[in-house]
Design a protein around this ligand. Structure first.
Ligand code: HSE
Length: 402
């Protein structure tokens, strides 16, 4: 039996134990040796929990036990999680994680340590929760040159945007309701400011290029400035508003960014609602493909972690190929990228807006009397921003078009 240690008995960690127990029979069909939890590392005790006897407080117990072949790191953060992961890999224990922050920051280094100790560092659960996307990129689309990845990568913000669209409510109202229902964190900054999606697109962009895309250098804009008025125009014009993580190969550079976008209603990503995530991948032979499912939550995320444990069990002593080098990818300057924009402005500014963005079109939405919409022609970010800022208080908001 493959003995597993789970680091962190929180939402995902307890889910990992539950998935292994609930699906024992199915897992054993796929990895006949079977998988069993030997230790659970946590600072707390869990009196009355069925796995109470497996709880340890000292990581060295796990590290020094040669029977432990796989460690599931479900602690989060880049402090002890980083140290424990490194130590485990250096002892030849494979590590499976849901920790996107750690993967985005130290992925290439941890992969290299794993390779040199003939074990694996797997991170299916770090992007898109339970959706298989890392394995498809590493193992299925191996005949492809992946050219573009666009994803709805954060469940909290997709839930908020879906509610705003359905109820015509403003961001603050929906966020408060989502927090009350436990869908949004008490401190929602990482989600609503786009940092969580940024780490995930940085991981996907790294796998697309085989190089290191530093999440701290990825242009990131959240959803806090989107208003119910924007939704009124989006709906009237046949668009959805989605927070997208985007990565695109442009020659020897990679364009990577996170921002709210207007996407046409008929685009498959427009139909992704509530807490669901989806990743839209374009390859040069396959064309478009989409991976869709629950991007967060205890059991979906844990299922992805356990699928990695099964992979480790099947590849003991062998390294599963993952092309992700330490060399930094060259990121394209977002300011130099081109796209069309939607602008919302005060009625009194019609002429000024049309003059600032020649070649665009006015757009009226029913029932809107104090503002109007305007779709610009395709233009560079930098040029758009300069002209938009020069319009001062006359402009009320803007959203990029896909
Ligand atoms: N806060 C994240 C989300 C959790 O809302 O998608 C999963 O990474």
């Amino acid at each position: 039996m493959i003995k597993v240690a789970v680091l962190g008995y929180g939402t995902v960690g307890s889910g990992v134990v539950e998935v292994i127990e609930t699906n024992r029979e199915f897992i054993e069909r796929r990895t006949p040796e079977g998988i069993g939890v030997k230790y659970i590392l946590d600072l707390r005790d869990f009196p009355g929990d069925p796995f109470e006897s497996k709880v340890v407080h000292d990581f060295n117990v796990i590290l020094n036990d040669d029977e432990v072949a796989v460690v599931c790191e479900t602690m989060g953060g880049v402090g002890p999680a980083y140290q424990f992961t490194k130590q485990a890999l250096e002892r030849g224990k494979s590590v499976c994680t849901s920790n996107k922050e750690l993967v985005a920051k130290h992925g290439p280094e941890l992969l290299e340590i794993a390779r040199s100790h003939r074990c694996n560092y797997l991170f299916e659960a770090s992007v898109g929760g339970g959706i298989p996307i890392i394995r498809p990129l590493n193992s299925s689309l191996t005949a492809e040159r992946v050219e573009e990845i666009t994803g709805i990568l954060n469940g909290t913000t997709n839930y908020i945007l879906t509610k705003m669209a359905a109820e015509g409510a403003d961001f603050g109202e929906v966020l408060k309701e989502a927090q009350e229902k436990g869908y949004a964190e008490r401190n929602p900054e990482a989600d609503v400011e786009g940092h969580d999606a940024c780490r995930k697109i940085a991981i996907l962009a790294s796998l697309m290029t085989g190089k290191y895309v530093d999440s701290e250098k990825v242009f990131t804009e959240g959803i806090t400035k989107i208003t119910s008025a924007d939704f009124a125009y989006a709906e009237a014009a046949g668009y959805s508003v989605k927070l997208l993580g985007r990565a695109k190969v442009l020659g020897d550079e990679t364009l990577a960014m996170v921002a709210p976008f207007l996407i046409p209603g008929e685009h498959p990503l427009a139909t992704v609602r509530d807490v669901f995530n989806a990743v839209y991948v374009t390859g040069n032979m396959l064309g478009d493909s989409m991976y869709y499912g629950r991007g967060a939550g205890k059991l979906p995320t844990a299922s992805a972690v356990v699928s990695d444990v099964v992979d480790c069990a099947r590849h003991q002593g062998k390294v599963i190929t993952c092309l992700w080098d330490k060399e930094e990818a060259r990121l394209a300057d977002v300011d130099e990228s081109s796209r069309a924009f939607f602008v919302r402005a005060k009625v009194c500014a019609r002429e000024r807006v049309a003059a600032a963005f020649p070649g665009g079109r006015m757009f009226e939405a029913p029932g809107r009397e104090e503002d109007f919409g305007y779709f610009t022609a395709e233009m560079k970010e930098r040029e758009f921003r300069e002209k938009y800022e020069a319009l001062g208080g006359d402009v009320l908001g803007r959203i990029r078009l896909v």
